[in-house]
Design a protein around this ligand. Structure first.
Ligand SMILES: NC(=O)c1ccc[n+]([C@@H]2O[C@H](COP(=O)([O-])OP(=O)(O)OC[C@H]3O[C@@H](n4cnc5c(N)ncnc54)[C@H](O)[C@@H]3O)[C@@H](O)[C@H]2O)c1
Length: 430
């Protein structure tokens, strides 16, 4: 099939290279000229395991083209994906400026029947909004359909997730339009849920809200565990062994962040409010998440007798392992609070450092995790990078002013850390 993907971020680029690998003729479009130039040379602008090889292969085989022209892409394609960002606006509503801009541009160039697919995460009603934009350009309704096809990939395993999705959700007003997408994805042999536009849009918000709720739930349990000397890991294992609950997303930690959960849970609250429903449960899910980081920082601050004049070493900056994404990362909350209270930061993250450096050019960065310890008053595990799990803890602590280790992701065993001479703090067990 001839496919265009507008927006070459984590979602658009991965979708584009995977569809090209499956033998479709794909044009990936971005408005960012620097990204376009890099992509043409086979250099991905994001960190994602496996993406570079697939990008290069797609360009070499000729199934993948990179462009900055929505006109070229729309005219050449039967199916046009919108995969641009939908960041939260001030009031928590998703900002649909980019979606609207792309829809307006696509509308100008529809000359034959085209399926326009909304892959960006958008509030319920956005499919209708895109349809109305296209119609407002005088395009005949027989020349296009708008389909919702929300994305569920996880950064860090995005290619695997796109090739082996748990399900593919397709929402459309007309069956024929949905069938086009069913055909496009047929080779993946994944379960497909074909539904109406509004339901598809709600599935995405509902899924992310539910996952965030699971994490907030176990984090709230971790607070109770701390108060009664229970161990949250055992509690989570016991709860999660129930097949009706499942053990995924039950790892207590610093809380959830990233480009999706914060904005989508907030978006779900706002969308519900606009429709006339107060989703109090999700407001609490957000509150627990914010409290979790501050509670953890409060414990560290208390142990150190304040942050003023203290050097805090951060192991990891990305919002989770295997990505360079720092949007709504807990590292940013920690850096902000420590600096505001007169402390200093030294940080190590081989993948996400560059992104944090743009916001915090003046904090210290080291290129080897063992260099973090020099004169540090405390180490915090912020990101659960695999690289951190098997470190020589004795060496890690060498040169610290105070051998204090706060494990914000529960990757270390207390006994092992204490044997290495650390005063050890973690989440959900004393
Ligand atoms: N990142 C994830 O893990 C993930 C997972 C599922 C769903 N989503 C959703 O998918 C959407 C995209 O997310 P992302 O993380 O890929 O975003 P991103 O910010 O990484 O990428 C968006 C891209 O769109 C481009 N763009 C913006 N306006 C454009 C325009 N007018 N014309 C052409 N290109 C334009 C930007 O330059 C950028 O490269 C969002 O709605 C997000 O919520 C993201």
């Amino acid at each position: 099939m001839k496919v265009a993907v507008i927006g070459t971020g984590y979602v658009g680029l991965v979708t584009g290279v995977v569809l090209a690998q499956l033998g479709n003729d794909v044009i990936c479009v971005d408005k960012d000229q620097e990204k376009v130039e890099k992509l043409k040379q086979g250099i991905p602008p994001i960190y994602e395991p496996g993406i570079e090889e697939m990008l290069k292969q797609g360009l070499k085989d000729g199934f993948l083209k990179i462009s900055n022209s929505i006109q070229e892409a729309t005219e050449a394609s039967e199916v046009v994906f919108i995969a641009v960002g939908t960041p939260p606006a001030e009031d928590g509503t998703p900002d649909l400026t980019a979606v609207r801009a792309v829809a307006n541009e696509i509308a100008k160039h529809i000359k034959k029947y085209t399926v326009i697919v909304n892959k960006s995460t958008v509030p319920v009603g956005s499919g209708d909004m895109v349809e109305n934009i296209i119609l407002s350009h005088g395009v005949d309704s027989s020349l296009f359909d708008v389909v919702s096809n929300p994305e569920f990939l996880r950064e860090g395993s995005a290619i695997h997730d796109t090739l082996h999705p748990d399900r593919i959700v397709i929402g459309a007003k007309r069956r024929d339009a949905a069938v086009r997408l069913v055909e496009l994805y047929a080779t993946l042999q994944a379960p497909m849920i074909v539904t109406d536009l509004n339901s598809a849009e709600l599935i995405k918000y509902g899924a992310n809200s539910f996952l965030a709720m699971k994490i907030s739930f176990i984090n709230a349990m971790s607070r109770v565990c701390e108060l009664c000397s229970a161990n949250v890991a055992d509690v989570a294992a016991g709860i999660g062994s129930d097949k009706r609950i499942g053990n995924q997303f039950l790892n207590a930690g610093l809380g959830w962040g990233g480009s999706c959960f914060p904005k989508d849970v907030q978006g779900m609250v706002k969308v519900s409010e606009d429709l006339g429903y107060d989703f109090g449960l999700l407001k609490e899910v957000i509150q627990i998440n914010e409290d979790q980081t501050h509670h953890f920082l409060g414990r560290l601050e208390k142990r150190l007798g304040g942050f003023a004049g203290k050097k805090i070493a951060l192991m990891g900056l990305a919002f989770k392992a295997n990505t360079d994404d720092i949007r709504d990362a807990k590292s940013l909350v920690i850096i902000g609070e420590v600096l505001a209270k007169g402390g200093s930061i030294v940080a190590y993250d081989m993948v996400a450092e560059e992104n944090v450096r743009q916001q915090y050019p003046n904090i210290e960065y080291v290129s080897n995790v063992y260099e973090l310890s020099k004169d540090a008053d405390a180490l915090i595990v912020v990101t659960e990078w695999n690289e951190f799990k098997q470190l020589d803890l004795e060496r890690l602590g060498q040169g610290m002013k105070q051998k204090v280790l706060f494990d914000g992701r529960r990757i270390y065993d207390r006994a092992k850390a204490e044997r290495a001479g650390f005063e050890f703090f973690t989440i959900g067990s004393v």
